[in-house]
Design a protein around this ligand. Structure first.
Ligand SMILES: Nc1ncnc2c1ncn2[C@@H]1O[C@H](COP(=O)(O)OP(=O)(O)OP(=O)(O)O)[C@@H](O)[C@H]1O
Ligand SMILES: [Mg+2]
Length: 250
């Protein structure tokens, strides 16, 4: 059996090109206008690439067609503070695997505050065990940015899940990013599938993964050592004084 077709919740997505208007956003983005289908790794798929290349746009559309709230959160949450999601999801067809996820989360870095507020508000209402219990028991508003993210990964993600994460490194120190990778590894061993947009070289180095680089000519699959992140950080740490000298005397 092809490894990419086994045991994952989302095998691929396809762009229904006949429904797309390529002269306007988001279809005009090179990564979308050149897209026919994108296969996902059964464990981890990374979206990497330049700012504005379309990683969040595609991740959000995948999240919406998978039933997540476009503002982030689990599939139980339904709230809307400001609808900013693009029309792309209407033209995306998910190709699902045979198994169904029992858990899931869509983490949008910039809207995590809304998710934290929503949990607090739901817990003020009567009935059911407090949701915050699944996040470590303390309001996520009473934690630092990084602590709140960390509580989410460690307590809320249960395994057998589909997790879509947009820049999970945003609030994490390098040490916490390594702890995140360790938890990611545990969760993939517990039949979880991740799609992660990231700029972090630490996170994208996770070996059991596909890396898709988003760029001006579309989406291409790359190895970690071929990434811009690998090259830039490597030359920086090899000789950071020279690196700065060259930048400042450019
Ligand atoms: N509502 C919109 N209308 C028009 N253009 C938009 C809209 N939303 C986003 N864009 C543009 O689409 C492009 C892709 O944005 P997106 O957020 O997907 O990039 P990204 O790859 O996630 O970048 P980053 O690494 O900075 O998070 C950007 O150039 C952005 O300005
Ligand atoms: Mg983004």
């Amino acid at each position: 059996m092809n490894n990419l077709e086994s045991n994952n919740y989302l095998n691929s997505v396809e762009l229904k090109r006949e429904t797309a208007s390529f002269d306007r956003y988001p279809f005009s983005l090179p990564v979308i206008s050149s897209l026919t289908a994108l296969e996902f790794h059964p464990k981890v798929t990374f979206f990497i690439g330049e700012n504005g290349s379309g990683k969040s746009t595609l991740l959000e559309a995948v999240a919406v067609v998978c039933g997540f709230n476009p503002e982030g959160g689990s599939r139980n949450f339904s709230f809307s503070s400001c609808e900013t999601h693009s029309e792309l999801y209407k033209s995306i067809k998910p190709v699902r695997g045979v198994a169904h996820p029992h858990d899931g989360y869509f983490l949008r870095a910039e809207s995590f505050y809304n998710v934290a507020t929503n949990i607090d508000e739901l817990d003020k209402q009567e009935g059911g065990p407090p949701i915050i219990g699944a996040y470590g028991g303390q309001s996520l508003h009473q934690k630092s940015h990084g602590e709140a993210f960390f509580a989410l990964f460690m307590n809320r993600f249960k395994g057998n899940g589909l997790y879509l994460l947009d820049e999970p490194e945003a609030a994490l120190s390098p040490t916490r990013q390594l702890a995140f990778i360790s938890r990611l590894h545990e969760l993939t061993a517990m039949h979880s599938q991740f799609i992660i947009a990231t700029h972090s070289p630490l996170i994208m180095a996770y070996p059991d993964a596909i890396i898709y680089e988003f760029g001006e000519t579309g989406i291409r699959r790359v190895q970690f050592e071929q990434t811009e992140q690998f090259e830039v950080y490597k030359s920086f740490f090899n000789d950071y004084k020279r690196f700065f000298y060259e930048i400042m005397n450019h």
